[in-house]
Design a protein around this ligand. Structure first.
Ligand code: GDP
Length: 361
């Protein structure tokens, strides 16, 4: 028997789900890659696990990356789950019981480019779904005269800069703060923010040098712990609930679902109800698949079968009759509940998603 879970906290609290949004080329992929890369190079203790459509970074690893900014003893959330959202439209259809699938979001803004159409689009979606977010002001290393401080917290990085470089960067950051204000959000450098519920924290980062990443992780953990702990307290052993990220054909498995599980547990053999193009699909989980460790996540074609998965996590579900399943649709484990009730739940949620998608045209 494999013991994959050594953190007792995760028996009662689930991992917050983090989405990364922003204009194309502002650095979403680089930022996630940097977080994954540093987690891997920071050694064995609680190394990250790559999921289908998501990356789990346990508290221990967050803490190693963030140094003094995240002391493990101050937290009882098990870590962070970063989801790979392919685009804004998919983000807005990714829901969990009517709310947003992501508990919190990072809005990536290139300091040289400031707000662009997709930045504003992302903000509108975050506003509409009521998703709390922080701003990662990215590419600070491109500031003229910048003296890069690999992987350091932003304070230390600032101290190493010339007065001129610092004020150049500040100028760009104030531009972002101004844009946010135009969109109805008050914001400030994150270290000056007292109340993150009424103020957006702006975190200067470089996805290239890793500067400011400790701060970004620290703010994410701090916010989650402070404002979301109640929402994270779920019945992890209960019947699983998830959202379909993608429906994918896999050799040997047929149509499969890439799912983010946000509640409970799913097991091989479970009966599940999935939202379909016509009627809800009732099927039995044939296999739960995770990418093999250390494999390149984007080109990964080989999977390990696992017996069960608990929230929050990404997982691929292989089951018969999934051809008509839809991205954004709910997935529910029936468990010992009345199946008709679960079907009605899925139908109600599907109706909600269809309305949202139509609104977006
Ligand atoms: P995405 O479209 O938002 O996912 O953006 P990418 O992560 O693909 O980044 C777009 C380009 O910006 C790539 O060429 C990256 O190497 C570059 N880039 C991203 N982050 C940084 C950064 O912090 N500093 C610098 N100098 N370049 C960056």
């Amino acid at each position: 028997m494999s013991d994959t879970d050594s953190t007792s906290q995760s028996d009662t609290l689930r991992t917050p789900i983090v989405a990364v949004l922003g204009h194309v080329d502002h650095g979403k992929t680089s930022l996630l890659d940097k977080i994954r890369g540093s987690a891997v190079s920071d050694g064995e203790a609680g190394a990250i696990t790559q999921h289908i459509g998501a990356t789990a970074v346990p508290l221990e690893t967050v803490s190693q990356m963030a140094g003094s900014l995240v002391k493990p003893e101050d937290f009882d959330l098990p870590g962070l789950l970063f989801i790979d959202t392919p685009g804004h439209h998919s983000f807005s259809t990714l829901r969990s019981r009517g709310g947003a699938l992501a508990d919190i979001a990072i809005l990536v803004v290139d300091v040289n480019d400031s707000f662009q159409p997709q930045t504003e689009e992302a903000i509108d979606i975050l506003k509409r779904t009521g998703t709390p977010f922080i701003v990662a002001a990215n590419k600070i290393d491109t500031t003229p005269g910048w003296n890069p401080q690999e992987g350091e917290p932003i304070q230390k990085s600032y101290e190493a800069q010339s007065k001129r470089a610092r004020s150049k960067l500040d100028e760009k950051l104030y531009e972002i703060i101004g844009e946010l204000s135009d969109m109805g959000f008050s914001s400030d450098f994150y270290w000056r923010v007292q109340n993150f519920q009424s103020n957006i924290g702006v975190v200067p980062v470089s996805a290239l040098t890793g500067e400011g990443i400790p701060d970004l992780l620290g703010v994410l953990m701090g916010l989650s712990q402070r404002y979301m702990k109640d929402e994270m307290a779920i019945d992890v052993a209960g019947p699983g609930s998830g959202t379909v990220l993608e429906v994918k054909e896999e050799r040997g498995f047929g149509a499969t679902l890439d799912v983010v599980l946000y509640d409970g547990t799913i097991r091989a053999g479970d009966t599940v109800v999935v939202g379909g193009a016509n009627d809800p699909i009732v099927t039995e989980v044939r296999a739960l698949l995770q990418p093999r460790p250390n494999a390149e996540i984007r080109t990964e074609k080989r999977f390990d079968k696992v017996d069960s998965v608990r929230a929050a996590a990404g997982v691929k579900i292989a089951a018969p009759d999934l051809e008509d399943a839809m991205a954004g649709a709910p997935v529910r484990v029936v468990g010992d509940r009345d199946i008709d009730e679960v079907i009605r739940e899925v139908e109600a949620e599907l109706a909600d998603i269809e309305v949202t998608t139509e609104e977006e045209g």
